[in-house]
Design a protein around this ligand. Sequence first.
Ligand code: IPE
Ligand code: IPE
Ligand code: MG
Length: 255
Amino acid sequence: MSSDLFEQHGIDPERIPRHVAVIMDGNGRWAKKRFMNRVNGHQQGVETVRTIVTAARQIGIDVLTLYAFSTENWSRPASEVKALMVLLKRFLAKEIDTLDRQGVCLNVIGQQSRLPDDVQTQIERSMVQTRGNTGMVLNLALSYGGREEITRAVRAIVNEVSSGGLSVQDITEETVAERLYTAGQPDPDVLIRTSGEMRLSNFMLWQVAYAELFITDTLWPDFSQKEFLDIIRQYQTRERRYGKVPCISNDGSQQ
Ligand code: IPE
Ligand code: IPE
Ligand code: MG
């Protein structure tokens, strides 16, 4: 992004969040408002994905996580699930060259084996194509559930303990973090949810412990680069205390 744009949005280039996670919600309501099918909302939502990935890359975010399909979303009508899978495959097929050119490394998190075979093949191809890119990691959360992720980590740890590779006393928070889908990545600094719901819906339960929360009423298909950048600006004004007291300077005043 040019320095002009940083200036235009009041963003300090030195304090860009490393990891931004987004619960992309509201596609169905967007369609309903227009008397359209929910699938039209998902189609429009794909356009927003494109613009937000570009903005995130331009301002130098290291990791962008997009919640696209939850473990619970499998319970939606089969026709909607099918349509979402088709859209996903089409998005990857169409956009992967652009993502690659932008230096984005695609990383799918979640139960990949539950996805249809053709979607899995497309994901594999896309991840291989972009795996050497170092510009930004794009975590696409698909068939993702925070509880499933933690359960899977627990299973891995128990297996290692029972095979003698790990002792119980050595289990730390890092032991768990290293067995999540996001192993090696920083935790989200910012969590955005569109369309106004005040809940996590099983998203990154472990990782968002100290994320700064931003919930906007804007429906995902209407979410713009401008609003995204405005959230980044607001994030830069928040004081992250991590349970400590505010900074006190030598003369006793709060900073
Ligand atoms: C988010 O939009 C996309 C997915 C969960 C796949 P929704 O489909 O949940 O839209 P609303 O919440 O019904 O408006
Ligand atoms: C969360 O949205 C999942 C995704 C955005 C992929 P939902 O629409 O599924 O969440 P609930 O049902 O409102 O909690
Ligand atoms: Mg929803």
